[in-house]
Structure formats: structure tokens, C-alpha cells
Design a protein around this ligand. Structure first.
Ligand code: FES
Ligand SMILES: [Fe+2]
Length: 433
């Protein structure tokens, strides 16, 4: 999309990624090397579809949120025409960051450096003291609008963008992960979700891949989240059992999931995924779901519950929360978490918000545990020996199924292998150009 400096052909392009990423292990330098990070931002984040926002965050004309793709700052805005635009947050005069607020509503953005103004669809509106230019305002306007992402697409209300224009069709990109978005959306009796409750931001001193890997890791919970399981054990499934019917799945394209559906269906109990609350706690939700789906289908949906699915490279459907990440540097990643409000289900949504505070908030059980583990992982990876990080668990037990490569050993590292194989493809494709 842009002219790049020749030296932007990085030292990291010369690396042999086939060697560093093997079937059952990856090289530790992939988490700590700043040149490799630069290449990842260019060849993964800036070349692929990346989740940037949800439609419910910017429903009205003028609504915007400030995000990033890789290292590039963005404004994601809803225009007067209700079109969602993903614009680069860089004043076209001398490059100042145009929009400062995380979110808001504005018809115009005014650059704080020399006062140029841009409408929320990216057009240059006004140039202060414009007598200093020979061109007419019309000429300036035709050249100096904000740059935009080459493609913007939505699926189930999730907005994805790609900067390069080379990422192909969004639905093709989502592949088997589309079902996970469908599964989430059907939890709502109005057929949609709302992520406007607000994002919690956690600053992780860890590489972005460390943060992603743990989201679909069925091996760590009994150790890292031991205190949580002690607290909630009476209401949930026995997570220590080896007999759990859990599928760990590489969905292809870097997407992956840990799927409890078979276990929940075998128990045939509703809301196991939500502290096993009885129906009587959410009567309006049940009524609305049954009005839409009928009693049998509603029962099935409430047994199966929401997805636990990671969508490459930055989005995680974390059951009743949505999370996404923004890599800031090779050793720093911002993790965003929002509770899911189910449209048409206010009482259920209020419960989800309370659960999110308990699990994911600053004093919560889950996210702080994982973040601490990520930071320790990052420190450990600086030791130069042994060189390799092992992802070989469950390799032998994998089966190729229609939804993807699946292991029924919940501690299998199938998900991480899926991410890394996709990573290898992306990092070698451009290197070999
Ligand atoms: S950098 Fe924005 S007006 Fe000068
Ligand atoms: Fe965890």
C-alpha cells in the first residue's frame, strides 16, 4: 500500500523460518527478537484481516474508536452515510496523531498541531491560514484526505480490516471460525451481540504470541487457575477429571478452539458454561429464546453454550467475553476484554457483566493469573538454553476431521501447533517473494 524504504527489507527476512518452526517445537528467539517482531507486523498484521472493532461500539453517525493494526494507529468511524471506515490516524500535514480519545462521537477531527480539520469520513475539511499554499482548497482536499484500510468487512457484527488489500475474501479468511461467531450470535434472542459495555485494558509484558497461546491452552488451567477451581468447583464440571470429553481443534488458518460441546451434551444440562444457574434466574431470557427457537432448540443452545475460539491473529471469543490484543512491541501486548451483552436479553447480560468483573477485572480470578504466567514466560525465554519451546503434546492422538485437526486429549497442544504452522506459512511466503 505504501512505498517502503529498501532497508525495510529486514534482517528478519533472511531467517529460515522452516527451521525455527518445526512440527513439535519452535525456536525461543521468535518471542524475543525485535527484527522478527517488525516482520510480523508487516507480513502478518499489515497484510492480513485483523479484528478492529464491533459494530455495536460505533452504531451512530460520528461514533468512533481508536485502534491499531500492527504498529499503525487507526480511527474506526461510522460516517454520516452509516458506512464504517478504517482510517489511518495520521494528519496528512506533518503526521501528527489526529484523534487522541479512545472513543467518542465527532463530526470533525481537528489536528492539535496546526489546526487542520478532517470530517469523520476522512476528507480534509479545512486548512488553517491556507493562503500559504498555492493550490486551491479543492486541490488540497483532493490530495490530502486520511488514508484508509484497503478492505473493511464485517461478520456477525465483528469488523475486520486489512491494510494491504491482499488478504482475499473475509469469509474465506474466517473459514471454520465463522461457525464460532454464529454460535455466539445465536445465544442472543435478537440475533446479535453488543460489546459497548466498555473494554478493560491489561498491559502485558509479554510477546503477543504468548498471550494468544494461552487462550486455547487446555493444559495450564488446573495449575494456573487452581484457586478459581477451588472456589467454583461445586457448581461446575470436575475439571480435574481425565474423562472430560473436550476437543482441542486446529481450525486451519491459525484459528483454533477448545470445545466442551461433547461434554455438555453428554451431561445434557443447561448453563454448565455459566456457573450452572437455574432457568428460574433468567426467566425473560428463556422466554425470549423459546419464542425465537422453540423449546427444544433453546434447550440445545443452552446446553452447548458459547464458543471458546481464537481467531487469528488477534481476536478471542472467550465464551461470555470477547478479547482482542494489540502488540505494542516484541515484549509488550495490550489485551482488551469486554463482556458480551446479548441483544434482547437484559437480565442475562447484567449477569454476564458481573461475571466478567469477577473473572477478568483487576481483582478477577482468570486474567491476572494468565497475565502473570505470560510475563514469567517472557522472562524465561530470555535464557538462551535450551533453544526450543515444545509444542508436541497430543500429536499422536490427533485426527483429521471436517472441522479441522482435532485431539480429544484436552491437554493437547493442537491449537498452538495450528497457530505456528500458519505463522510459518505467512512468514515464509513473503520472505520467498
Ligand atoms: S500536523 Fe496536523 S495540522 Fe500540522
Ligand atoms: Fe488461563
Amino acid at each position: 500500500m505504501t512505498m517502503r524504504l529498501e532497508q525495510d527489507r529486514l534482517a528478519a527476512d533472511a531467517i529460515d523460518y522452516e527451521k525455527l518452526i518445526q512440527r513439535d517445537r519452535v525456536h525461543g528467539s521468535l518471542y524475543t527478537d525485535a527484527d522478527i517482531f517488525q516482520k510480523e507486523m508487516r507480513d502478518i498484521y499489515e497484510s492480513q484481516w485483523v479484528f478492529v472493532a464491533h459494530e455495536s461500539e460505533i452504531p451512530e453517525p460520528g461514533d468512533y474508536v481508536r485502534r491499531r493494526i500492527g504498529e499503525q494507529p487507526l480511527i474506526v468511524a461510522c460516517g454520516k452515510d452509516l458506512k464504517v471506515r478504517v482510517m489511518l490516524n495520521r494528519c496528512t500535514h506533518r503526521g501528527n496523531m489526529l484523534c487522541q480519545s479512545d472513543a467518542g462521537n465527532a463530526t470533525l477531527f481537528r489536528c492539535s498541531f496546526h489546526g487542520w480539520t478532517f470530517s469523520n469520513d476522512g476528507r480534509l475539511q479545512g486548512v488553517s491560514f491556507r493562503g500559504g499554499y498555492e493550490q486551491s482548497l479543492g486541490e488540497l482536499r483532493s490530495e490530502l484526505g486520511l488514508a484508509e484500510a484497503a478492505q473493511v468487512g464485517t461478520y456477525g457484527g465483528f469488523i475486520f480490516a486489512n491494510l494491504s488489500g491482499d488478504a482475499g475474501d473475509l469469509e474465506h479468511y474466517l473459514g471454520n471460525a465463522k461457525d464460532a461467531i454464529d454460535r455466539l450470535v445465536r445465544m442472543s434472542p435478537a440475533g446479535g451481540i453488543d460489546l459497548s459495555a466498555g473494554w478493560m485494558k491489561h498491559d502485558n509484558n509479554a510477546n503477543w504470541k504468548v498471550v494468544n497461546e494461552v487462550q486455547v491452552d487446555g493444559y495450564h488451567p488446573l495449575f494456573v487457575h487452581e484457586s478459581l477451581y477451588k472456589a467454583i468447583k461445586p457448581a461446575k464440571v470436575d475439571y480435574s477429571s481425565d474423562e472430560l470429553r473436550v476437543a482441542v481443534r486446529d481450525l486451519g488458518g491459525g484459528h483454533s478452539e477448545v470445545d466442551y460441546t461433547a461434554e455438555y451434551q453428554a451431561q445434557d444440562r443447561e448453563f454448565i458454561w455459566f456457573s450452572s444457574i437455574p432457568r428460574s434466574r433468567v426467566p425473560d431470557y428463556i422466554e425470549a429464546m423459546e419464542a425465537l427457537h422453540g423449546p427444544e432448540r433453546t434447550h440445545d443452545i443452552l446446553v452447548d453454550g458459547p464458543p471458546h475460539t481464537f481467531i487469528w491473529p488477534n481476536l478471542f471469543l472467550a465464551e461470555m467475553q470477547v478479547m482482542f490484543i494489540e502488540p505494542l512491541s516484541v515484549e509488550q501486548t495490550i489485551q482488551y476484554t469486554a463482556p458480551i451483552k446479548l441483544l434482547g436479553a437484559e437480565e442475562m447480560s447484567a449477569r454476564i457483566i458481573r461475571q466478567t468483573e469477577g473473572a477478568m477485572g483487576p481483582a478477577g480470578f482468570l486474567i491476572a493469573d494468565d497475565a502473570e504466567m505470560g510475563e514469567r514466560n517472557q522472562v524465561g525465554l530470555h535464557a538462551q538454553e535450551p533453544e526450543w519451546v515444545l509444542f508436541g503434546r497430543g500429536f499422536e492422538s490427533e485426527k483429521v476431521e471436517p472441522r479441522g485437526i482435532t485431539s480429544y486429549d484436552r491437554t493437547s497442544e493442537t491449537s498452538q501447533r495450528g497457530m505456528w504452522q500458519h505463522y510459518r506459512t505467512l512468514m515464509t511466503e513473503t520472505t520467498n517473494d
